[in-house]
Design a protein around this ligand. Structure first.
Ligand code: F3S
Length: 297
């Protein structure tokens, strides 16, 4: 009989659940928008769109609309963007994750005191772009060892260092170590969110114990890609899918132990569908085996 292990930490984290719930709570009302996709999951974004919640991709696009309700997603937005949206007449519903909001407050406060801000994270990530937008002066963004080694700001300026919430903890420590050795006066604040770390370590543990691992998440989701890489490292039969449709069920017919995890923006119903199918497939097999066994006697 098949053993299916579903990760307890699979799917929405607290911040994403909160943002999605807020969007569904406003669905059906007149002129509701999200500033950027509410999560990296096409299924949820399309479902919200069908309920009247439209995605606005830029300030320019927002300028073409005549007000309404604008939901700020869990990644947050810059102070300037929020102010511009207010000036355009939008009512702001701020679904920025409280953990991200805390980073906005830190960088705003420290940069206001004259500290230079260093963000450990990816410059291309919307969360980092939003954090940058709360600094009084443009921050330095460091993602790689090379960037940390080449970092040489004004030695007389005090520094405040924060992290993108989803950054890898070991890499964060390594980069901080490189920067600290340079002898600057640094206030280092580890702002990595535990939800990511917990999801990754549970996925690593499960992938190391199963014959096949399924990772569910949107194509654009960097945290799902990261989960996939971690699992693939432990289990070569690791599959990255968006929904059950992407799964070649035949591949799993002869597999005993299957693990399932999902990225932070994967809705529960998609995870449940995959889980149920995998479990039922396992039971069907055992029924056939039972039948075969009973015919032999
Ligand atoms: Fe918030 Fe952590 Fe999720 S920062 S959006 S609870 S990954």
């Amino acid at each position: 009989m098949r053993n299916v292990i579903l990760a307890k930490t699979a799917g929405f984290c607290f911040g994403v659940r909160r943002a999605v719930d807020m969007a569904y709570g406003l669905a059906g009302k007149h002129k509701v928008y999200t500033y950027g996709p509410i999560i990296h999951n096409e299924t949820v974004v399309d479902d919200l769109e069908s309920k009247g919640v439209r995605v606005v991709h830029s300030i320019d696009e927002a300028a073409g609309l005549r007000g309404g309700t604008m939901i700020i997603r869990s990644h947050g937005a810059s102070k300037n963007e929020i102010n511009l949206l207010k000036q355009m007449g939008f009512e702001i519903v701020d679904a920025t994750c409280p953990f991200v909001k805390k980073i906005h407050r830190i960088v705003e406060d420290f940069s206001g005191q004259g500290y230079g801000i260093v963000i450990i994270g990816s410059a291309a990530h919307p969360e980092v772009q939003a954090i940058s937008g709360w600094c009084k002066e443009p921050p330095v963004i460091i993602e790689s060892v090379e960037e940390a080694e080449n970092f040489s700001p004004d030695p007389d300026k005090k520094l405040c260092l924060v992290s993108q919430t989803t950054f890898n903890y070991n890499k964060f420590q390594l980069l901080v170590e490189i920067i600290s050795k340079k002898g600057y006066d640094i206030r280092c604040l580890n702002t990595i969110c535990n939800a990511t770390e917990e999801r990754q370590s549970e996925a690593r543990d499960i992938a190391g114990r199963v014959d096949a691992m399924i990772v569910i998440g949107g194509r654009q989701s960097s945290n799902t890609q990261k989960l996939y890489d971690i699992c693939k490292n432990e289990c070569k039969n690791t599959y990255y899918i968006q929904t059950l449709v992407d799964l070649d069920l035949k591949t799993f017919e002869s597999i005993g132990n299957v693990g399932i995890t999902a990225g932070a923006s994967t809705p529960n119903n998609i995870i449940e569908e995959v889980h149920t199918n995998m479990s039922e497939m396992g039971n069907e097999q055992s029924f056939e085996q039972m039948l075969e066994a009973s015919l032999k006697t």
